[in-house]
Design a protein around this ligand. Structure first.
Ligand SMILES: Cc1cc2nc3c(=O)[nH]c(=O)nc-3n(C[C@H](O)[C@H](O)[C@H](O)COP(=O)(O)O)c2cc1C
Length: 166
């Protein structure tokens, strides 16, 4: 890989963990940008590959990620693209949340898209968030876990498709 930008938003740290793991395993020059902290406004044109990641709350990705994806859609479709989400659901429901998280053009264009599972930091949640999350986990029998395997597979798929394109 030549150079990659990882853009993410994380409410309580799970997406940040995924982004940092991707940062660790991607080849070449890698920059990482937390949109919530606005560490810098990335010049997307400088990058060959862009990875975007966010988490799902009440069925939706963070607004800052949705706005970023829509605002930069035309530029993003000219890049080597990877899209991910962190969420607690798996299977069809997670796939549906992933489909809804990003604009159709980006979903069609992406070389790799996946959901990595999720984590819950109970101490950081508000009272109501704690109740809702616990209910969701119990009612749906959800497994609270981030999948390092999926993160690594995502990185390998992105690298391989980049190599194929070159
Ligand atoms: C209030 C609340 C609502 C959530 N809603 C959903 C949801 O609709 N679907 C889902 O799969 N996960 C849901 N989750 C789980 C989060 O997506 C998961 O904990 C994720 O790892 C959070 O990542 P972050 O801490 O980086 O933001 C919810 C979590 C909270 C706290």
């Amino acid at each position: 890989m030549d150079n990659t930008l990882i853009v993410f938003a994380s409410n309580h740290g799970a997406v940040e963990k995924c982004a940092r793991e991707l940062f660790r395993v991607m080849d070449g020059k890698v920059d990482i940008c937390n949109l919530n902290r606005r560490e810098f406004t990335p010049d997307l044109s400088k990058y060959d590959s862009i990875i975007i990641g966010g988490s799902i709350h009440y069925g939706k990705i963070q607004k800052v990620i949705a706005d970023f994806s829509i605002k930069n859609r035309d530029l993003l479709v000219s890049k080597h693209l990877g899209l991910f989400i962190s969420c607690l659901f798996s299977g069809e429901k997670a796939q549906q949340q992933l489909d809804n998280a990003y604009p159709d053009e980006l979903n069609r264009h992406a070389a790799v898209r996946d959901y990595f599972g999720g984590e819950v930091n109970i101490k950081k949640l508000r009272f109501w968030e704690r109740i809702i999350t616990n209910q969701m986990i119990e009612n749906e029998d959800l497994v609270v876990k981030l999948s390092k395997e999926k993160i690594h597979r995502f990185a390998e798929t992105l690298k391989a498709s980049y190599a194929d394109k070159k």
